[in-house]
Ligand binder design. Structure first.
Ligand code: NI
Length: 175
């Protein structure tokens, strides 16, 4: 288990384009394992490699399990690992509320596509392709932005679209 420190918005690495992954070996596996450990410790929804100081084109998203009204798990958590991702199709647009582990204490309203198709590679370099809508589509766009050095703060259309929150409200909603 290796939880790594998460860089915050003022760090220059979060404003740079990350580099394409070309080595699909042990070090990539270790990186992704550390990313999941870090994501779990921070109780976030997604994390991009640059957020832990590794400027490579990798991100993860973990959708929480679905529970019914009695609290029983009806669908397990879903894990996504995207290496060298590319959003190849988008549809719709909606203003969505989001947060970021690199922008602690804040949330904002950002316009995102409501549906995306994303393609990329898995840990072994095999091609993968996912269709997503709603929260998952939003997470894919947010994490993909990190790989291009873009924070949701860069997409805010006005100062009134950003507000501060209590630390306890951040749980499970930040990426
Ligand atoms: Ni983020």
């Amino acid at each position: 288990m290796a939880v790594r420190p998460i860089l915050t918005a003022e760090h220059p690495l979060l404003h740079k384009k990350a580099i394409k992954v070309t080595q699909f070996g042990d070090s990539l596996q270790r990186l992704v394992r550390d990313m999941f450990d870090t994501l779990h410790a921070a109780q976030g929804l997604g994390l991009a490699a640059p957020q832990i100081g590794v400027p490579q084109r990798v991100f993860i998203v973990e959708m929480p399990p679905e529970v019914d009204e009695e609290g029983h798990e009806v669908a397990p958590a879903e894990r996504y690992i995207l290496v060298n991702p590319e959003i190849v199709k988008t549809r719709g647009e909606e203003e969505m509320e989001e947060g970021c582990l690199s922008v602690p204490g804040y949330r904002g309203l950002v316009k995102r596509a409501t549906y995306v198709v994303i393609k990329g590679q898995d840990l072994r370099g095999k091609p993968v392709r996912y269709r997503a809508e709603g929260l998952l589509a939003q997470a894919f766009q947010h994490e993909n932005d990190h790989l291009d050095g873009i924070l949701y703060l860069d997409r805010l259309e006005g100062a009134d679209k950003l507000w501060s929150i209590e630390a306890t409200e951040q749980i499970r909603v930040t990426t």
